[in-house]
Design a protein around this ligand. Structure first.
Ligand code: SAM
Length: 245
């Protein structure tokens, strides 16, 4: 199968995404380092610094598309192990790797792993102080629906943070990035994971994701206030922030 550069219908999209992450789960963490030249660590650190979780045991966060736990582990650490939360992902293989990592870190008491869809969160309204999603929302077929769900499960005063690949807003860097992502990333995928197609699909999904301003408008439409964004590394990634007031 080739997920290459064809148009994928919404219904079909989730099936392809699931297939990609089942295939890469075990090697996901190393692939992340290779693909982003280690930069994803800096961006994720910056995201959790922006969140600034309080050292309070009643602080509860939801990390959607949490995969192997990178964001959740950082939040627990930043709260001095006080915060607790849910790592939610549609893919059991990714969650399995995450749960194992959580055990090794001694974070099991802080974290719960839930297999579910970002479009239909299995939680009551007003249940969380923070909703985070990193490099996940572009994979969700109905982004508006996922944003409305984020709004619903947050408490008043709750924070929404979304880290995602975005539109490079720096000359020259945009060309280098294009060359790397269209040729380099699938090639590295083939080298390390034995397959280029899943990575081609991922590169394509980044291209289709709305640019910074447009995504900010979508977040506002879902009901959020004080929507803003910060570019990281010239816009290769961007952090969108918003509040439920
Ligand atoms: N947040 C992690 C990180 O930053 O390392 C994982 C990001 S990984 C690129 C994207 C994740 O989104 C995958 O684990 C995938 O299974 C998950 N995902 C895709 N579609 C989803 C959906 N509809 N609902 C929840 N998770 C989804």
């Amino acid at each position: 199968t080739s997920y290459g550069f064809r148009t994928v219908a919404d219904g079909e999209k989730q099936v392809l995404v699931n297939d990609v992450f089942h295939k890469v789960a075990k090697r996901y963490d190393i692939m992340n380092d290779v693909m982003s030249a280690g930069m994803h660590r800096i961006w994720k650190d910056a995201m959790v610094t922006a969140l600034n979780p309080p050292r309070r045991p009643d602080y509860r966060f939801l990390d959607v598309a949490g995969g192997t736990g990178d964001i959740a582990f950082r939040i627990v650490k930043a709260s001095d192990r006080e915060a607790s939360g849910v790592v939610l992902d549609i893919n059991g293989s990714m969650l399995g790797v995450g749960a194992e990592r959580a055990r090794k870190k001694g974070y099991d008491a802080n974290l719960e792993f839930v297999e579910a869809n970002a479009e239909e969160l299995p939680f009551e309204a007003n249940s969380f102080d923070a909703y985070t999603i990193a490099f996940g929302i572009r994979n969700v077929p109905d982004i508006d629906k996922a944003l409305r769900e984020a709004y619903r499960v947050l408490r008043r005063g709750g924070r929404f943070l979304c880290l995602e690949f975005s539109e490079v807003e720096m000359p020259i860097l945009d060309r280098v990035y294009d060359a790397w992502s269209f040729n380099g990333i699938p090639a590295m995928g083939k080298l390390i994971a034995g397959e280029a197609e899943p990575y081609q699909y991922l590169v394509e999904s980044i291209r289709k994701f709305p640019r910074q301003q447009d995504f900010a408008a979508m977040i506002e439409r879902a009901g959020f206030d004080r929507v803003s964004y910060t570019n990281y590394t010239g816009g290769i990634a961007a952090l969108h922030s918003a509040w439920k007031i």
